[in-house]
Design a protein around this ligand. Structure first.
Ligand code: ASP
Length: 342
């Protein structure tokens, strides 16, 4: 007889597990037992589901590198015992966490699916029930006796996205996430349709390798009309700063005024790694297109191509901690290491 698939549910917090505090009208996270009570359907799935619940449950605004490393450690600990992993997480920083996990887990051969909800699971119109049940079904899905989606993903409403291609864009509606530069890996309707051509499958039977370090000495610099040299000097002068994700206009453009370029050149000379990504959510940086982009390239700025901000920040944190020097860092940032760039 075929063994039932086993899924590990990791609960970190988020709206899915929140309750309205009587009196204050504030949403705060509650323990997993309360969520489980709202989901009697789980036992109807013919699966072996176990839960690890982090304490205290967190609003995802509180989440950062420490928790990402902890999640990677939990997956490593249970990797051989489970067929797939579902992580319940707040939506606000879910795209950051999913991106970070994609980098921390090398040669992943099993699904790791982040999901959550816009309405708490205890509310009548909650989107949490469907999101969770479909995520579990996807995590347990096989194709030719192998996991259908062995990637770090985000599932929301009816779409499964590659985690490091995802951005939260909607505060209001149930379709909270988008992946503008990469197609969905699966879509759920009456059936779950997998987009096999878009899914990365591991080759060579390499073992999972789990990294445990991120260097958060990074900053995001969003260029805007009227930006001052004083602001750049203050930012680039930050003690310990090693990497800056620079969000530029359009295809990777920024002012070419001498004061601007010389601040950038000075930062690069001082060993600060600057990555150029676009403020536009669709399309890619191409620093050869306009003279404004070319000047940045000449000043030593690297292209982030079509990466999301979330992927760029977490990839930089990851590479600053792992890469063995500036050359290595530049080589790795220029290549797609987990499907995060085209
Ligand atoms: N503030 C919540 C969180 O990210 C929002 C959510 O889960 O939708 O934890």
């Amino acid at each position: 007889m075929k063994k039932r698939s086993s899924i590990l549910l990791i609960y970190t917090g988020g709206t899915i597990g929140m309750e309205l505090n009587p009196g204050t009208d504030e949403l705060t996270p509650v323990n997993f037992e309360k969520i489980a009570r709202e989901l009697p359907e789980l036992v109807r799935l013919d699966l072996d589901i176990k839960t690890v619940s982090y304490s205290p449950p967190l609003d995802s605004s509180e989440i950062g590198p420490e928790l990402w490393v902890r999640l990677a450690g939990t997956i490593e600990e249970y990797y051989n015992r489970f067929d797939g992993f579902v992580i319940l997480h707040g939506t606000d920083t879910m795209a950051y966490s999913a991106s970070a996990l994609s980098f921390l887990l090398e040669n992943l051969g099993k699904p790791v699916i982040f999901t959550g909800s816009q309405l708490p699971i205890g509310m009548l119109r909650t989107d949490g029930r469907e999101n969770l049940i479909t995520s579990i079904e996807i995590a347990a899905s096989n194709i030719n006796d192998a996991p259908a989606v062995p990637e770090v993903c985000v599932f929301f409403q009816n779409k499964l996205f590659r985690g490091n291609r995802t951005t939260k864009y909607n505060v209001e509606y149930f379709n909270a996430f988008r992946s503008e530069n990469y197609p969905p890996l699966a879509e759920s309707g009456i059936n779950i349709e997998f987009n096999y051509h878009a899914i990365n499958y591991p080759y060579g039977g390499r073992n999972l390798k789990v990294y445990r370090e991120m260097d958060n000495n990074v900053a995001i610099l969003k260029i805007f009309p009227g930006i001052t040299g004083r602001l750049l000097r203050t930012l680039f002068g930050t003690t310990g700063l090693r990497g800056v994700i620079m969000e530029t206009y359009g295809a990777g453009n920024a002012p070419t005024a001498p004061w601007f370029i010389s601040e950038i050149e000075r930062a690069v000379k001082n060993g600060i790694f600057i990555l150029n990504i676009s403020q536009c959510t669709t399309g890619s940086v191409d620093m050869s297109k306009y003279s404004t982009g070319k000047r940045l390239h000449e000043a030593g700025v690297m292209s982030g191509y079509d990466m999301t901000t979330e992927a760029a920040v977490t990839k930089t944190m990851f590479l600053l901690a792992q890469a063995s020097g500036a050359k290595d860092l530049r080589r790795l940032i220029n290549s797609s290491i987990r499907g995060e760039i085209k």
